[in-house]
Design a protein around this ligand. Structure first.
Ligand code: ASP
Length: 437
């Protein structure tokens, strides 16, 4: 029997009641043998996240102001969960030790990691599971890249398929053996590492939504959930601003072709979204729509530009000299455009224009700001007749002027540039055209 690795996010472990839901989920499917919890998150809107309280403790300890308030808050939180669950996970002693460690100058990463550590201790006691400390197995370099030997080490530690294991998320150790955390939201990465280490048949990511949405719910009212989406589509969508789960969490499972399911701890029977290695079928022509504001576009025109060796190279060379990376670069026979993120350009706009002028002597050059980019993403998109026409027609009907259109080389997205003011209108029009046919 293959195993399932299940990661539970902050709201899924926010209180004892949530822990009970997890127990029910775990017992509902005997393949769920590897559990990766986050630190307790918000129980309601104003509630602090444990990880934020931990960072505060560390900051206050460094500033030598004492850290009573945040410490008491998080201590009460863990003691309450332990009491409510009726287990003995040794929390009082663990917390007292932790207090001394912070006072003695524990590192920021170590302090932050304790949210997951305590949560994992509680979960292991509650489920009667073996506790696995990721600091013993998951090794990262300074940039946070997981060292490949971590998988085998962790796989060995969790080799017994009959046992239930709990491994806290968010941290491991650095090359010198010190506790090191991933970036925020990094328990997603830990879950993916655990799934890969045991070669799970599925990586479940339990959260508080019933899957990924096809568009931003702040713009489109009640967007549909994606039922199935490929790794590639997810990468494109998250790159274009869709808030899916942690970017880097895809890589460990993608390499091992392990599918990911996004599920809702509060509604476990909802199907959720499955992220799969290879496209099979989909109800809609697209996976989703995502977009971002605040781009600028450099437009260049020069007759016979296509015959001039090194033209594009020289233009992009100027950007490279200023450390500016570009997002898209659509070209035609006598013109090219380069789209860059406003944050990259900052104050350098005029200077960059002047240098490009000198480098390639164009017939015309202009810099247009106020640009929003929208990506319509779907593996089937480019192979299907009439998709670009649908983009044009829907935006024309909505009265939106298209300033750029570019088909990604990955052949699964169409990028549309519109004025920032038209952004929401355009997203709604495209959603209506592609999803609500
Ligand atoms: N607890 C960490 C955070 O708040 C990691 C996570 O929850 O994924 O960022």
């Amino acid at each position: 029997m293959g195993r399932i690795a299940s990661k539970f996010g902050g709201t899924s472990v926010a209180d004892a009641n949530q822990f009970r839901k997890i127990r029910d989920i775990v017992t509902a499917d005997p393949r769920r043998r590897v559990i990766v919890p986050s630190a307790p998150g918000k129980r309601h809107k104003e509630d602090p996240k444990v990880t934020d309280l931990l960072y505060l403790c560390h900051e206050m300890a460094v500033a030598k102001t004492g850290f009573v308030t945040p410490f008491n808050q998080l201590r009460d939180r863990f003691l309450e969960i332990e009491k409510d669950l009726g287990v003995d996970a040794g929390m009082a002693a663990e917390l007292a030790t932790f207090h001394r460690e912070v006072e003695a100058g524990a590192t920021r990463d170590f302090v932050a990691s304790r949210g997951e550590y305590f949560s994992g201790r509680l979960m292991a006691a509650f489920l009667g599971a073996v506790f696995i400390d990721p600091a013993d197995y998951v090794v990262m370099d300074a940039a946070g890249n997981v060292q490949p030997q971590s998988y085998a080490a962790l796989g060995n530690a969790m080799a017994d398929e009959t046992k239930l294991y709990v491994m806290p998320g968010f941290y491991g150790r650095d090359l010198h053996g010190k506790v090191k955390t991933f970036s925020r939201g990094g328990s997603d990465i830990s879950g993916a590492i655990a799934a890969r280490a045991v070669m799970a048949e599925m990586y479940e990511n339990w959260t508080d939504v019933s899957g990924l949405l096809m568009a931003d719910p702040r713009i489109v009212q009640n967007p549909c959930h994606m039922d199935q989406v490929t790794y590639r589509e997810i990468r494109e969508l998250s790159y274009m601003g869709a808030s899916v789960f942690h970017d880097e969490a895809i890589l460990p499972v993608r390499e091992a072709k392990i599918p990911i399911t996004i599920k809702n701890t509060n509604r476990p029977l909802d199907p959720g979204t499955v992220i799969v290695p290879k496209f099979t079928e989909s109800k809609y022509k697209i996976a989703g729509i995502a977009g971002k504001k605040h781009f600028s576009m450099i437009n260049l025109e020069k007759s016979l530009m296509n015959k001039e060796v090194g033209f594009v190279h020289n233009v992009l060379g100027v950007l490279a000299m200023h450390g500016i990376s570009f997002e898209h670069c659509p070209t035609s026979i006598d013109s090219m455009s380069v789209i860059v993120d406003d944050k990259q350009m900052e104050e350098k706009g005029e200077l960059v224009m002047e240098e490009i002028r000198r480098a390639v002597n164009p017939d015309k050059i202009e810099l247009l700001g106020d640009l929003a980019l929208i990506a319509v993403v779907g593996e089937e998109l480019v192979a299907t007749v009439g998709m670009a026409a649908l983009v044009f027609d829907s935006l024309r009907d909505a009265g939106v002027n298209i300033r750029v259109i570019n088909q990604g080389a990955s052949e699964m997205n169409i990028i549309i540039g519109v004025k920032e003011d038209d952004y929401e209108k355009a997203v709604r029009a495209l959603y209506a055209a592609f999803v609500k046919l």
